[in-house]
Write a protein that binds this ligand. Structure first.
Ligand code: RIB
Length: 345
């Protein structure tokens, strides 16, 4: 077997073509569109690349092609498994198209988000997928104004200025509280916070379900979590436990699973049982929901599908001049587990 020389960025495509006995165009196809080249020829070119230690000059390629072989993905909180599952879906679709993903974390900060958009534009990405920060412009960002496709993810774009992929969070909030009402709960708390439309829509759905009862909206009280994570859930538990026993809800619907897991932990530490004393419903159905100490009833979001569909839309928009902008909306699904039960009479 020929021992390849060490990699050299000076070896040219022309030398590879000469070594393999093919044209420069064939070498370029093997590098960029291997599916167009017959396998014996492809193998010969790849052997020549190995023997010569050829390394493509990516920055030169970017200049010629005008775009790098990357997608940008900006999420709100990479410590939330919801977003890592979405990123997994994006990466699956990008990898299948021969692209890589630059993952950015905005911390729900519009200024940090804008800096990342600038950076991704400078990196000449094929397109940007963005979960918009609550206070950001939300319209397709400046990247779109630079001709870089931008898809809004986990957010419903009300105008046809671009594409968006989201979940019907009003329906999700409605099914969570409908489930608790069907179990016989008449005093329910919604634990949310922040200014994201996703959380606001879940609360709207919860109140819509409550409005259908005799007690109306009074059935659902609101407790604000300082952050949409486990620590925020623990803090919300403190507010709930501070209520006089007669005012304490018999069930809690949380804006996401992390809050629910924080509540579960704190309620248990305070000697309260779930669902014996308080029923709990989360949202997202992340992997930890099913494996929690008390498996969590949760409203499932199709996380990887969200990422896959958003990436596919982005690649279509980047490649097809006749692309039509559209809003893709998924339906959530209620997954019932041990954390919800009938209220103690
Ligand atoms: O970022 C907070 C929540 O919004 C996540 O848990 C997920 O539900 C997203 O839609």
């Amino acid at each position: 077997m020929t021992t390849p020389k060490s990699s050299s960025s000076t070896t040219s495509v022309r030398e590879v073509a000469r070594r393999a006995g093919v044209s420069v165009g064939t070498v370029s196809n093997v590098l960029n569109r291997p599916d167009l080249v017959a396998s014996p020829t492809r193998d010969r070119v790849r052997r020549a690349i190995d023997e010569l230690g050829f390394v493509r000059n990516e920055s030169a390629r970017q200049l010629r092609a005008g775009r790098s072989r990357t997608l940008g993905l900006i999420v709100l909180d990479i410590t939330n498994p919801f977003f890592t599952d979405v990123a997994r879906g994006v990466e699956d679709a990008a990898s299948a198209a021969g692209l890589s993903v630059i993952l950015c974390n905005s911390d729900d900060d519009p200024e940090k988000e804008a800096r990342y958009v600038e950076l991704l534009v400078e990196q000449r990405v094929q397109g940007i997928l963005i979960v918009p920060a609550a206070a950001s412009t939300r319209q397709p960002s400046l990247a779109a104004s630079r001709g870089i496709p931008t898809i809004l993810l986990d957010y419903y774009l009300k105008t046809p200025l671009g594409c968006s992929v989201s979940v019907d969070d009003v329906a999700g909030g409605h099914m969570a509280v409908r489930h608790l009402l069907d179990l016989g709960h008449t005093r329910i708390a919604f634990v949310g916070g922040g200014s994201s439309t996703q959380v606001a829509d879940r609360q709207r759905g919860a109140l819509k379900a409550a409005a259908a009862t005799k007690a109306g909206h009074g059935t659902v009280m609101t407790i604000t979590a300082p952050s949409l994570n486990v620590a925020g859930g623990r803090e919300a538990a403190g507010s709930l436990l501070a209520l006089p026993a007669r005012e304490r809800p018999s069930a809690v619907f949380c804006a996401n699973d992390l809050i629910a897991l924080g509540l579960l932990q704190e309620l248990g530490a305070s000697g309260l049982s779930v669902p014996g004393d308080i029923s709990l419903v989360g949202y997202d159905d992340i992997e930890f929901a099913a494996s929690a100490g008390v498996p969590l009833t949760s409203v499932r979001q199709p996380r990887q599908e969200l990422g896959q569909v958003a990436a596919a839309l982005l690649l279509e928009e980047a490649a097809d001049p006749d692309h039509r902008h559209r809003q893709v909306v998924f339906d959530p699904e209620l997954v019932i587990r041990a954390s919800t039960g009938r209220p103690v009479s």
